[in-house]
Design a protein around this ligand. Structure first.
Ligand SMILES: Cc1ncc(COP(=O)(O)O)c(C=O)c1O
Length: 391
């Protein structure tokens, strides 16, 4: 697979490339570099193209069956890649995981409830909690040895009894921290003590760097089963987010029935393309492709982090997985408005804004490095120039 191949996504209705001008004031469309929203710029692999072609060849897009086959492939993948024996009978498909989170909030919490998240974290958690009319409770992560840690003691001290659900991001977005089994066990104990539903969003599960191991929560702590909602998807791994398919696995019968009732009421069913692509992705060919992608992303991260570390005052957070790098600009001594102006207007790069990720993200920017290497080198060059006056 040639991950170096540049494909021009401008003019393809790509959110990342065609919304850059609108969302990121001052980044010119013509030569701006889109490093914000979380998808990758690589050409789709042959096994996905062939699966899509197989769908087209049938020349009919009517009602369909086959969801069970897809679920079997999900179970196969989780078992062979992650040692997680998940029962297909406990799985549901949603219209992507954003949709899945929204449905969980409606189905499993009450309007007066509070939902806990560890910030800074994927900004849509906050958005979904707010849009659902639930209370938001942030538990800021603390930085120790340069990486994020949960502060369960501080969270414990702040509990009011109104909290009913906790959203965990594993691996973590941003910065790709892989939580250790011990950390997960401590979290599960915490949730048991406070009778919290534990929603684990593992969408980035496959994008580990060589030598790093991601452990699914139910493998680290099987006792979590009755309070667990697992969110997984092939969408980040295989860059098929446009096909809008996520998998929600709920081992506990009581939670599963509540979720199923809501899904049924809303008539949420998988879509045909999502089904075909997910099944094709979770295959032997998918595994081979992924094991070529992982070192490529790791090397992109190395080049980008090393390059950014050369800018005085910029501290890149070490990465273990994902293509979502996280840069701390605190020690530049600059106001974030000025940092953002330089990145957008001088470097002509669209990053994600750290403040959107909640408390603790204010002095950070997130840069997506899921793109051909030449663009990473170009981005480093532009950013170093934009801050070349710093000593
Ligand atoms: C942690 C996390 N969850 C969910 C999503 C969105 O998933 P979907 O595209 O399936 O709605 C993202 C996208 O970046 C994410 O990072």
């Amino acid at each position: 697979m040639n991950f170096d191949k540049i494909i021009d996504r401008r003019g393809t209705n790509s959110t990342k490339w065609d919304m850059m001008g609108a969302r990121s004031i001052g980044v010119p469309d013509e030569d701006g570099l889109a490093m914000w929203i979380a998808d990758m710029d690589f050409e789709a692999p042959d096994f996905l193209q062939e699966a899509t072609q197989g769908l087209i060849d049938k020349a009919n897009y009517g009602y369909f069956i086959g969801e069970d086959g897809m679920k079997e492939q999900v179970a196969w993948w989780m078992q062979t890649r992650h040692g997680w024996a998940v029962d297909p009978a406990t799985m549901f498909s949603t219209f992507g995981l954003g949709n899945g989170i929204g449905i969980c909030l409606q189905a499993l919490t009450q309007p007066e409830d509070e939902v806990i998240i560890f910030t800074p974290v994927y900004h849509e958690f906050t958005a979904k909690i707010r849009k659902s009319g639930r209370g938001l409770k942030e538990s800021p992560l603390v930085i120790r040895d340069g990486v994020y840690h949960m502060d369960l003691e501080a969270l414990e001290a702040s509990m009011t009894g109104r909290e009913s659900l906790l959203i965990f991001c594993s691996p973590h977005n941003p910065a790709g921290r892989i939580w250790t089994p011990d950390e997960m066990r401590a979290l599960v104990e915490f949730c048991a003590r406070h009778d919290l539903i534990l929603l684990s969003d593992d969408i980035h599960h496959d994008l580990t760097y060589p030598g790093q191991t991601y452990t699914p929560l139910p493998v680290a702590a099987p006792e979590v089963a009755e309070r667990l909602v697992m969110l997984t998807s092939a969408s980040k791994t295989f860059n098929i987010a446009g096909s809008r398919l996520g998998t929600i696995s709920i081992p506990g019968e009581e939670l599963r029935n509540r979720f199923a009732a809501m899904l049924n009421a809303l008539d949420v069913k998988p879509n045909l393309l999502g089904l075909v692509l997910t099944e094709a992705a979770y295959s032997e060919s998918g595994a081979v492709w992924l094991d070529q992608l992982r070192p490529y992303l790791a090397e992109n991260a190395r080049i980008f982090l090393d390059g950014m570390a050369e800018i005085p005052g910029v501290t890149p957070m070490p990465m273990q997985s994902t293509y979502l790098t996280w840069m701390d600009f605190t020690n530049t001594g600059m106001e974030m408005d000025e940092v953002v102006r330089r990145v957008r207007q001088d470097a002509r790069i669209a990053p994600s804004i750290g403040a959107d990720f909640g408390t603790g993200g204010e002095n950070f920017l997130r840069f997506n490095i899921g793109t051909p290497r030449a663009r990473i080198v170009e981005a480093v060059d532009r950013l170093q120039q934009a801050f070349s006056d710093l000593q």
